[in-house]
Design a protein around this ligand. Structure first.
Ligand SMILES: Cc1ncc(COP(=O)(O)O)c(C=O)c1O
Length: 349
């Protein structure tokens, strides 16, 4: 590509974009064949043609990631900790017997596909971002249950609107009667199969007016695990941040959550407890939030189960002070308005 012009943009009303897919100029694709990853390529073709017998279609060998590129105040186009997505996808692939995509190549591919779509990266201040969806699928034929021999690693990008169009307002969760993942199953990797399982409870929760489900541990149903699309955080009365851990390995290791823990300790001087959290103790907490790439933190004001309605004292009308501070600090780090720990901001252009 010739000289990069970061300022030439598509004619889009960035602020009113929703979270939906639209084609951009290029996707990235790389094939695995004969035991090795080939040379990657940028492609304007947004369709994938594959055999009806592809392993993806029968035994769900698919893993994916989600991250964003955005414009900082100084005009830099960056993304946040793509090396963490590379590592998580590597781990996800290994768990599903897929050949992991090399982590350095993952980061290079993210940079290449964003650079090829610079005109689609929303401008600073619009609240919109370029959503980046790396994924890997089994393209080789399999009829008996076994890993395929051929795969494709791919990245699509699409511009998405701001998560919060108004203010950051607290939402409600319901405790699900379903499990998101099996004990020691695949809950700790980012594989499409986990999300297929979560659709039924998610549609049910939305129909009842809840933003998402709170899933309890699948073994004993007594500990808090996570939401359908985000990890969960609590705040104690003394300001300590409490981060649920899973003793059945069924929580997805959120990159936002791990970053927030560092932010809490390093910049905000908060005490952090990372431990299994009993559902029975959460009425002692004063704030709750869901964290993930999409919103950084979505404050949770209320959690309802069959026999209990828990309202968080400091965060049910508006976002509580600790969640607000944590969220703002991480947003500022991402936007370039606050010092960032070494290696967190990856400059693309
Ligand atoms: C089940 C689940 N948990 C947690 C998260 C948050 O992870 P991250 O902070 O890496 O976006 C996501 C979103 O990707 C998710 O789907």
């Amino acid at each position: 590509m010739s000289e990069i012009d970061k300022t030439q943009k598509k004619d889009i009303d960035w602020g009113s974009l929703s979270f939906s897919y639209q084609h951009t100029d290029y996707s990235y694709a790389c094939d695995y064949k004969d035991g090795a990853w080939g040379v990657g390529r940028l492609t304007p073709d947004h369709n994938i043609v594959m055999s009806e017998c592809a392993g993806l279609l029968h035994y769900c060998q698919e893993v994916f990631e989600g991250l964003k590129a955005y414009t900082q105040k100084n005009g830099d186009i960056v993304c946040f900790r793509p090396d963490m997505n590379a590592k998580r996808m590597y781990d996800s692939a290994e768990r599903l017997c897929m050949p992991p995509f090399p982590q350095d190549r993952f980061v290079e591919a993210v940079k290449a596909v964003v650079k090829a779509n610079l005109a689609w990266v929303p401008p600073y201040g619009s609240g919109a971002t370029l959503y980046i969806r790396p994924f890997m699928i089994a393209t080789g034929d399999v009829i008996g249950v076994k890993p395929a021999l051929e795969y494709q690693f791919r990245i699509l990008v699409t511009p998405v609107g701001p998560y919060y169009k108004g203010g950051v307002t607290p939402v409600k969760l319901q405790v699900s009667k379903f499990d998101r993942a099996a004990p020691h199953g695949t809950g700790n990797i980012k594989a499409g199969l986990n999300y297929a399982m979560s659709l039924f409870p998610s549609v049910e929760a939305h129909a009842k007016g809840y933003a998402d489900n709170m899933f309890l541990d699948p073994q004993t149903r007594t500990y808090v695990e996570e939401a359908g699309g985000a990890n969960i955080l609590f705040v104690k009365d003394d300001g300590t941040l409490v981060v649920p851990q899973s003793f059945t390995d069924s929580i997805l290791p959120s990159i936002t959550r791990r970053s927030l823990v560092d932010v809490a300790q390093k910049y905000l001087g908060l005490k952090v407890e990372q431990r299994p959290v009993k559902f029975a103790e959460i009425d002692q907490f004063v704030e709750c939030g869901m964290c993930g790439t999409a919103a950084v933190i979505s404050p949770v004001g209320e959690v309802d189960s069959d026999d209990k309605k828990i309202v968080f004292r400091d965060g049910h009308v508006t976002v509580g002070p600790v969640m607000a501070k944590l969220r703002q600090t991480l947003v500022d780090i991402q936007q370039g308005d606050h010092e960032a720990p070494e290696g967190w901001i990856c400059k693309i252009a």
